[in-house]
Design a protein around this ligand. Sequence first.
Ligand code: SAM
Length: 334
Amino acid sequence: MKLALLLYPHQNIRYRASLLQIALEETKLVFSALGVETEIDSKKLGGSQFLFCLPVRPLSRWEMGFLWHLSSVYMIFEMNENALVPLDDQRPDYIGEDLPYLLKYKGKTNEMFTDSMLTMALAASDFSHNYDAQLTVLDPLAGKGTTLLLALRRGYHGIGIEVSKSCVEELAGYMNRYFEFHKMKYKYQKSSLTVYGKNGGIQHKWLFSDSADHFRDGDTRSMRMICGDTRNTASFIKTGSVHLLVTDLPYGVQMGTAGKTDGILDTVSSAVPGWYSVLKKGGCLCMSFNTHTVHRDVLAGRLAECGFSVVDTGTLAHWVEQAIERDLIIARKD
Ligand SMILES: C[S@@+](CC[C@H](N)C(=O)[O-])C[C@H]1O[C@@H](n2cnc3c(N)ncnc32)[C@H](O)[C@@H]1O
């Protein structure tokens, strides 16, 4: 079985090379999670970028379903002699695929990149064999929720923590408008949260479903967006309840930590013990950061001090814009 994975083109040529490198690492992690050895080769065909994979054995339909979680893959073909035969699209689509894309704003993390982080965290975790189950994803620095909306699209549950009230309110308004516009059945609740006996945040919570029948039968997904400080994660979320933690540290360019452009590492250092405690054993964290503001070794050190095991990957550092060179780090709770 020879598979040809056609990648989405990206308008920015310089960023395209970075995406290819990330796509390669993501694909390696997914095959490794499936326990299937494969050669992976990147080549252009007819001017389009492909990854060619030669797994040692054919993949089942369920295994192919996991390959469809590769964020940069546009189409998958089986190579038959020299012909490319398109395979069924098994991309996860619990909720409208436009949900993560419609809200546009300065400082939004690229959706395809965020989706890669989600797949890499999943592939490096013990839950890769439950990729189609109801996993819970936490973004503890959620902005306006890119990670969470991508998680909902996969049929997962999402929890976000964000200190900026305006980000949280804008996301809440967007979610309610989206559900109303698509005439989806949902329940929405806004409540105050208590942290160590004091008022420590506001929670917006939605319950919704992919169909009215499922909603009636209680087969729902949930999304919680908490307006609060990520350093209080352990008081907001039940211990050991999160499968995957995916987040994007403030770049120190437009968005600082709790309003400042310095102290990112201090915030992360105080927050990581809480992040660790809410993750399940075998769960995984994938975090991106600007190498101009945070050093990989220091970050890896802080994660290790709190009990995480940093996962070895090829280089994932890539250029984003003049002030941002982004890298990402994957770490497991063993
Ligand atoms: C890089 S942005 C995340 C962007 C997000 N991925 C998106 O696409 O919308 C980092 C976020 O961390 C938030 N933040 C910074 N310090 C925080 C803290 N102590 N607690 C909670 N959120 C914080 C910032 O307000 C900012 O929205």
